[in-house]
Design a protein. Sequence first.
Length: 238
Amino acid sequence: MDQDDETDWAGYYAWSSGREPRPLLLAAYQELGDGAGRMAIDLGCGEGTDALELLARGWTVTAVDAEPIGLASLRARVPTRATERVQLVCASFTQVDLPRAHLIHAGFSLPFCPPPEFPALWTRIRRALAPGGIFAGQLFGTRDSWAGDPSMTFHARHDVQAVLADLQILRLSETERDGQAFSGPKHWHTFDILARNLASSPTGIARPPATRASPTGPASYFETGLSPPQRGMSGFVA
């Protein structure tokens, strides 16, 4: 999640340019409708494809990323009429203060939080999520190719269910597939999450996730859009 000099961010943004907004974000939009000025947070916004989609649909957006190249690309593409509805924050999202929001999107970014920091990060996400608000994002499973990286967080299914225990689960899709990352071939083990906050006073206490990989497991497939690059063997903000 923090900036890594070994990552070719310009190359990654060129590789991923032109992608469509992530399907899970569009699913959240179907649940919530036009923003009408409501706040959305895009954690790990990258070059801003999803943040721009939110602006186009009437949301006020706080876009957070630790990589200035991506934020510069987003800033250059924000329509003039929308500049008052977007705040760009160049910081690790483990450290930034999150405003109250009706939509929090984390497209392939939360797994790059170091395991000791994940419970506190999830607690802050939950506390920022307004009543009736929706979280949309991914967690990585323990059979993912990158599961040997101690700087990243991976979850078994029971860990994911524990994390979401006080939310209404609208979608929880566990998928495995062999595919590509910016760094090359990769086995993806992911959980697509769409969940609503029904509580009036969230607490959002997260339990520690699993950190060891399992060599086997069932395979399934659900398309979730372009995948992030490998950042050496450490973090990435999508």
